[in-house]
Design a protein around this ligand. Structure first.
Ligand SMILES: Nc1ncnc2c1ncn2[C@@H]1O[C@H](COP(=O)(O)OP(=O)(O)OP(=O)(O)O)[C@@H](O)[C@H]1O
Ligand SMILES: [Mg+2]
Length: 350
């Protein structure tokens, strides 16, 4: 049998020191976890696939100040093939053939009376949260649960205390720092031409760290060949979405596969708009209606049905809001470039 990661024997665990940027987000989350009320709080981080939720959560989890604030820490990844048992085993860090209810009971007893920090990474549904939340006693001692999810609805459902933290895409400086660290800080010196193309590439990754890491992997394999770099710079989204290891593809495709079937065609339709195009909701609703994507619902206008679909896609971090109208309605929305390229191909295969 194993035990939860108890301090202090694991206090020497190597923290993940590779996170670039995000200082403000880190400080803010640290504050929510380590300070504040004594009631148990569920804090969540939400954002699209590959934006860096796990990276931030891991960095928080292994931060020395955080370590010093909690008696006990545990971490588990839920992911798409959700199974309460695996989460329990993950949190208890053991393998066992005890039945689920005994595991749950054991976890509760472990946590009881201690100030704990639990990280639940990558949770996809409110049902999953309902299943596992029962294991976390509130002993009014400042314990915290940190969740990451792509789904706003799940984040809002589970959070207590402050609203979920919406992770933002990286800005140019962060993107460039990350690429720099992964390529130029490594061995070998590069001439300024490479740095110039590198900057173009960093920009074209659209602030998605996953895309940057995929490209960096590719560039380091290619080595110092200007023509190849140039070719990549001209087709960043395409290159990222067709990377032979398909890392980005796999990550981003998960969100799509999780969509209820009525939303799939609606979502794929976004890919037909040009890159960077601001997509107006009015126009979209018309097009969806013509295509027959919208199921009629009693007592609802076709616009209302469409608005619900749009909100569901936004909640799942698949599309983002571009602009609001002066009445506070969503006026236009957009899709991340890398995502677009990927789904364009999916749409062609339909
Ligand atoms: N701030 C950062 N500094 C350095 N690398 C980062 C940063 N953020 C993300 N990355 C890298 O980008 C990739 C994707 O990040 P991560 O796995 O944290 O995303 P995620 O939001 O958890 O995605 P998913 O929704 O698929 O779980 C990883 O390879 C990670 O190392
Ligand atoms: Mg993750």
């Amino acid at each position: 049998t194993g035990s939860l990661v108890s301090l202090p024997e694991h206090a020497v665990e190597q923290p993940e020191n590779t996170m670039v940027g995000r200082e403000n987000e880190f400080e803010m989350m640290l504050d929510q976890l380590a300070r504040g009320g004594r009631e148990l709080e569920v804090v969540s981080i939400v954002g699209m696939g590959g934006i860096g939720k796990t990276t931030l959560a891991t960095k928080l989890y292994s931060d020395p100040y955080i370590m010093s604030r909690f008696d006990i820490r545990a971490k588990a990844t839920v992911s798409q093939e959700y199974c309460v048992r695996n989460v329990l085993l993950g949190l208890l860090s053991l393998t066992s053939d005890e039945p689920d209810d005994q595991l749950a009971d054991r976890l509760q007893k472990h946590l009881k009376g201690r100030r704990y920090l639990v990280v639940i990474d990558d949770i996809w549904s409110t049902e999953a949260w309902d299943d596992i939340k029962l294991c976390f006693p509130d002993c009014i001692n400042g314990s915290r649960i940190l969740l990451t999810t792509r789904n706003v609805e799940v984040a809002e459902y589970a959070s207590s205390g402050k609203p979920p933290h919406h992770m933002r895409l990286m800005n140019f400086d962060e993107s460039w720092n990350l690429l720099h660290k992964m390529i130029f800080d490594k061995e070998g010196s590069y001439s300024p031409e490479f740095e110039n193309i590198g900057k173009q590439i960093a920009l074209k990754c659209g602030g998605l760290p996953l895309a940057i890491t995929v490209i960096a992997g590719l560039l380091s394999k290619i080595g110092q060949r200007l023509d190849e770099w140039q070719r990549i710079a001209e087709n960043v989204s395409l290159v990222v979405s067709t990377d032979p290891e398909a890392q980005c593809m796999r990550v981003l495709a998960l969100s799509y596969h999780h969509l209820p079937s009525h939303l799939k065609p609606c979502f794929l339709y976004f890919a037909i708009f040009a890159e960077d195009e601001e997509i107006y909701v009015n126009k979209l609703v018309e097009l969806w209606a013509v295509e027959g994507f919208l199921n009629e619902e009693e007592g609802k206008s076709i616009e209302e049905v469409a608005t619900t679909c749009i909100n569901e896609l936004i909640d799942r971090s698949l599309i983002f809001i571009h602009n609001f109208s002066f009445r506070g309605r969503i006026e236009s929305c957009g899709m991340h470039d890398v995502t677009r390229e990927l789904y364009l191909r999916e749409a062609r295969n339909m």
